[in-house]
Design a protein around this ligand. Sequence first.
Ligand code: NAD
Length: 643
Amino acid sequence: MKTFTYTGSPARVVFGPGAVSGVADEVRRLGGTRVLLLSGPAVGGAALAVRGALGPLLTAEFGGAAMHTPVEVTEEAQRVLDEHAADCLVAVGGGSATGLAKALAVRTGLPQLVLPTTYAGSEMTALLGETSSGVKVTRTSPSILPSTVIYDVDFTLSLPVGLSVCSAVNALAHAVEALYSAQANPVTDGMALEAIGRIACALPRIAAEPDNLGLRTDLLQAAWLAGMCLGTVGMGLHHKLCHALGGTLGLPHAQTHAVILPQVMAYNAGAVPEIMERIVTALGTSFGRAGAPAGVFDLVSRAGGPTSLRELGMLQNDIAPVARRAAATPYPNPREVTADSAEELLRRAWRGVRPSGGRQVPDLTWLTGQVVASLAGTPDDRTRQLVTGLVRRLHSFVTEHELTQAEWQAGIGFLTRTGQTCAANRQEFVLLSDVLGVSSAVDALASSRTPEATPSAVLGPFYLADPPIMASGADVATGLPGTPLWADIRVEDEAGKPVPGASVDVWQSNQDGFYDVQLPDLDGPVLRARFTTDGQGCLAFWSIVPAEYPIPADGPVGQLLAATGRHPWRAPHLHFMITPPGGRPFITQLFVAGGRYLDSDAVFGVKQDLVVDFTRQRGPAPAGRAVDGEWCQLRFTFRIEKG
Ligand code: NAD
């Protein structure tokens, strides 16, 4: 039989709409005669209401409370306190205002009364987290616990819906972690389950009815009960991770809770199945059916809350260091936490993966570990890094989506057909990479990062090495039908100096959107050429205005596009590959301004700086050419890195 110790909270609680009217009596009850009123950023009309209700007891105010209780702010507030000889602290606001009251109380021993306006629950704990020089240190003391808490439901009506959702999930996290805490007991279990039930009922309706006093009452009572849990028993992995994410990366407190909770529940589910069942019951039929972790994920996402760390602005590169930090010191949690398992969990949270239903996904970290270990002897470091990263991501893809045999087979079949479709004049793998945006991603990493340089673009599948060499002024369309185009091109370095002697390959589609390699009846290469820039870095050529065209859609990539409801069209463009003497090739494309599909290019290749005017002209054409009717002119200066 489990043994436990339980100490009830001595805090006095006054709850109800309009409860602020009792604040003066409650201050006097604490022996206060001169109140310092503390608040943080905008909290609706709450501060005004407290001011009015305090009347002559209000002696001074400090409105600078901030997230994570910075020590400098506390010192500033203490100066105001000393100056006005206040003898009672009253805080109105979220966890930030409460934190400041706690920080002053522990320094001065003054009584504190808190009026919470969020669901953070800090008012129910004897715990204080303070930040000094960017480091958050936590301490506990009986004097940190507020003596009186007035929950005025009216104060929560102005809490924006997004914040209401995240803050309520913050409370939900206190309740969930209390249930599997080592110090769990029947009192906290009861409070936790009651809190979960109230949140599950109220949260889905709050977006549509933010002014519904009944819903707000449920959420605030849940926040109080969950806060009592937080103040009574120890928390686990969820709080550790949120602390690490908030502390190292400054991610927003309540939003981080909303993303992390379902992922931690999924991680712990197998270790505490009976507790997950109790949570399922508390969640009720709407959310419980999916299992506890997925139910909480659905609750958050349907209420419009964030579900991924990515949308909170976290960078993928930060996952591993945070995971290491969270696993560095042991702490109580139903399932052991290692740097690898924390990293896997954070990866799922970063992507916002919905936890699988009630079923347990087997833990395959041992298998991933074995494969990764087998690569340890790879002689080339970069190869080892790349193959290891690929294995890790493939394994987590398989587990994350619980890939079935049939799906695995379909995937292998797709890749096999992609390979079989490749030929001398068709590169289906490049096309696959293009439509998945991978080519553009690689291009973005490889391209120049200086704002002065022209942006690069993907190579595409139609480039042929060694195109026909032509002299400036030549016609690359060699008489093909289409609107004549005169291209006047200059190549400069980043300082604006001309780049003479650069080799410039040009290739494009015909007026029907086909490249020469797609037209077997065509004799020899056409609409492709290699020029060399003159002493001023210039070259010019005649061609025709390129048309939009569909990428080859008769193969596996076409099937993929059809299966995902996407069109295969590329916005009209000209390709360029510019190689300065002794330098590396610079690859880009120029898009026809006003052309179709600029906003939905099938290979994600359009960059705004590469969309240029192909100006319509009439009258005498350059280079002595007689043009009957309209022709277009393209003038463009490429700025490239010469090195
Ligand atoms: P918060 O107090 O900073 O408030 C978040 C935002 O909500 C603020 O911008 C605020 O202006 C706005 N807001 C609050 N009430 C409002 C209202 N009624 N109407 C309109 N806007 C309103 O943040 P929080 O999430 O309440 O608390 C987070 C802080 O509390 C963190 O520093 C966290 O570490 C701490 N905390 C401590 C404990 C503890 O036991 N020590 C527990 C939970 C949270």
